[in-house]
Design a protein around this ligand. Structure first.
Ligand code: 6PG
Length: 252
């Protein structure tokens, strides 16, 4: 667990987790004056959050032209494959809103292999950032969304994988996923994911309670190593939160 303590928000249920998340995401976007960048996570948990962004009031109120969208990881499959994180987010909201196509930066899974995709995506990130050196005073992202796998992985950074200790590269190819779907992945590394005003984990469901407990008690799992130059927030619903954590005041 990073040196500063995370903010832990326990919500009464999954719908209230999504409502909390969309309000925090919208607040983060509303603070952007010229150009902002949101880093999306994959998996199933965030889908209702993405779908909510395409509904009112967010649909009409948010400055879609100012925001750029990236991914923290993706499966190395075509965008039309049902396992694609980019495909899921496009269907859920990106393709339903007035977002300039140039603002959507999907991981190029049409590359010849995950390592080449990683090199291309790293180049796209450094071009967008304007440097290949991350300055903690000038974060790459305004918000990084993160999920948590039952094995403690986050993004596509799996237990015991060499990518966990990669401190120079921003993006790596992952030949073997440690959990389904067992397809190669492309993932941002911890230094790139950490370059953000806020990192927000979204975790839901009884099946995650054990791993949440392990991470929050400091066991050395990939998600425990996640950190942010800005704020670190855990949004966890009642089912996934350890008993000792009460529902937060804003969590209903
Ligand atoms: C992915 C995600 C991954 C995900 C967790 C949780 O590509 O699968 O980036 O890190 O967030 O596996 O997935 P669920 O939300 O489906 O439980």
């Amino acid at each position: 667990m990073p040196n500063k303590r995370p903010e832990i928000i326990v919500t009464a249920n999954f719908p209230s987790l999504i409502e909390n998340a969309v309000k925090r995401l919208a607040a983060r976007i509303s603070k952007v004056s010229s150009r902002g960048a949101i880093c999306l996570t994959g998996g199933s948990t965030p889908k209702p959050l993405y779908q909510r962004l395409a509904t009112e009031p967010y649909r009409s109120e948010l400055p879609w032209n100012r925001i750029h969208w990236f991914w923290g990881d993706d499966r190395f499959v075509p965008p039309e494959d049902e396992r694609s994180n980019a495909g899921m987010a496009r269907a859920a909201f990106l393709d339903r809103l007035p977002i300039p196509p140039g603002n959507i930066h999907a991981i190029p899974t049409n590359a010849s292999n995950p390592h080449e995709a990683a090199r291309h995506y790293e180049a796209e990130l450094t071009r967008f950032y304007g440097s290949n050196l991350l300055n903690p005073e000038r974060p790459l992202f305004d918000l990084v969304l993160m999920g948590l796998g039952s094995d403690g992985h986050t993004a596509s950074l799996f237990p015991k994988h060499s990518a966990l200790i990669e401190m120079n590269r921003w993006v790596v190819g992952v030949e073997q996923a440690g959990i389904a779907p067992f397809v190669p992945r492309v993932s941002l590394t911890f230094p790139a994911l950490a370059s953000t005003r806020e990192m927000m984990f979204l975790v839901s469901g009884q099946e995650k309670r054990n791993v949440v407990d392990r991470v929050l008690s400091g066991q050395d799992l990939p998600a425990t190593r996640a950190h942010a130059t800005g704020n670190l927030t855990w949004l966890i619903d009642r089912e996934a939160a350890p008993e000792a954590y009460p529902v937060s005041s804003g969590g209903t």
